[in-house]
Design a binder for this molecule. Structure first.
Ligand code: X2W
Length: 287
């Protein structure tokens, strides 16, 4: 079901478009990897709004590449199946039964839901996982975590082929093993960082359910350098669930990504706000 956006002052709408011109020009041809976390997905309306932003980006010449998570959706099915699950240092301990559920939920349910939402808005989304064309080949991250993958080989040609052909790749963070053809469960942030790094993307947007990186007083810091991120992590100001995100950001920058933004995906039009307005959104990390 589609809903009409609310009526607005047409003059203000025209002005908004006009003000976006320099940003539209700046990002033409840019590769922007968007990590869409399970916690940022929200309801059907939020999904449709996200999809519309992605289609708009494509329409104005950006090459969006969506990498998604789906932790809460995996938790739900594991719960229904009576399979217990725990996290160690932000990653799901993944045995054989769990990895099958992870693949079903991520490559099936969540991936296709996003593909469908983008296509409903007029885009041409194609859903793949890290297994397709050996996009992301992994080894075990840590023996304690079971089938949790650490990407060691990236083959991103399939992504370039898709976006050059006018399509929007939507990627589930499930991958193949190096030798034994195992299936690996990859943390969504890790996968997005590895993909953005291999593409040398212009931007990596990490959409989550917090407003950004906060300082000691709880205020969102809008711009940070990698050194500042390291100092804040050492001081304990960056902690908990933010650590995998900032680690992903630093690794992506090291690999050649120009800038990484951590933004609250629940804010309407978060991606557009970040790319096409003067103020941006969330926290931007760049050298
Ligand atoms: C994640 C993959 C999904 C994910 C998991 O099993 O939950 C690991 O923890 P969000 O929604 O982005 O958290 N994998 C190894 O990252 O989802």
């Amino acid at each position: 079901m589609k809903k009409q956006p609310p009526m607005r002052d047409p003059i203000a709408t025209a002005r908004t478009l006009s003000e976006a011109l320099p940003y539209l020009q700046r990002y033409t041809g840019a590769v922007v990897v968007i990590k869409f976390g399970g916690n940022a997905m929200g309801d059907e309306q939020a999904m449709a709004e996200f999809a519309r932003d992605i289609v708009l980006m494509k329409q104005v010449g950006v090459n969006p590449v969506v990498v998604h998570g789906g932790g809460p959706m995996i938790n739900k099915l594991l719960g229904e199946l009576g399979i217990k699950s725990e996290f160690v240092r932000g990653k799901r301990v993944t045995d054989k039964a769990t990895v099958e559920v992870v693949e079903m939920v991520l490559s099936g349910l969540v991936n296709k839901r996003i593909v469908q939402a983008i296509n409903d808005e007029g885009g041409r989304a194609v859903g793949i996982s890290g297994k397709d064309d050996d996009l992301m080949v992994c080894v075990a991250d840590d023996p304690e975590l079971g089938f949790v993958g650490k990407p060691v080989e990236m083959n991103v040609e399939i992504i370039r082929d898709l976006y050059k052909a006018g399509m929007i790749p939507v990627i589930a963070p499930v991958a193949t093993g190096m030798e034994e053809n195992e299936t690996f469960n990859v943390n969504g942030d890790t996968a997005a960082g590895a993909i953005a790094g291999a593409l040398k993307a212009d931007r990596l947007l990490l959409l989550t359910d917090v407003a950004g990186v906060k300082d000691e007083s709880g205020t969102v810091v809008t711009e940070l350098t990698p050194d500042e991120v390291r100092a804040m992590t050492e001081a304990g100001t960056i902690s908990g669930g933010m650590i995998p995100k900032t680690e992903t950001a630093l690794a992506a920058i090291d690999a050649g990504v120009r800038a990484v933004t951590i933004i609250d995906g629940r804010v309407p039009n978060a991606c557009l706000l970040e790319l096409y307005t003067e103020h941006g959104a969330g926290s931007i990390i760049r050298s």
